[in-house]
Design a protein around this ligand. Sequence first.
Ligand SMILES: [Zn+2]
Length: 94
Amino acid sequence: MTTSGRRLNENVLRREDGSIFCAHCDQSLEGGPTDYVSKLPFYETTVDAAGPHIFTDSRAFVDTDVVFRQYICPGCAVAFHTEVVPVGEDFVPS
Ligand SMILES: [Zn+2]
C-alpha cells in the first residue's frame, strides 16, 4: 500500500519532508524531483527493444551508435523513464 504524498508524476510521490518515493511500492528514491532519474538503476539493450516504430540503423541519420535505455524503480522495477540515446551518453533532464 502506498503512503500518501504529493504526486510528481504517475510513478513518483513526494513527502512533506521533500523526500521522494515510488508510487507503486513505496521504495525511497535518491535525489530530488529534478535529478532522481539519473540516480535510478537502468539497463541498456539494442534499439529494436523500443518497438517497431524506432528505426534501428541510427547511422542512416547520425554519426553515432545509439542504445535503448530504461530507468527502473530499484524496488519493483517499474519503468520510470525510457530513451534512445547515443552510446555512453549520460541522462540529460528535459
Ligand atoms: Zn517501485
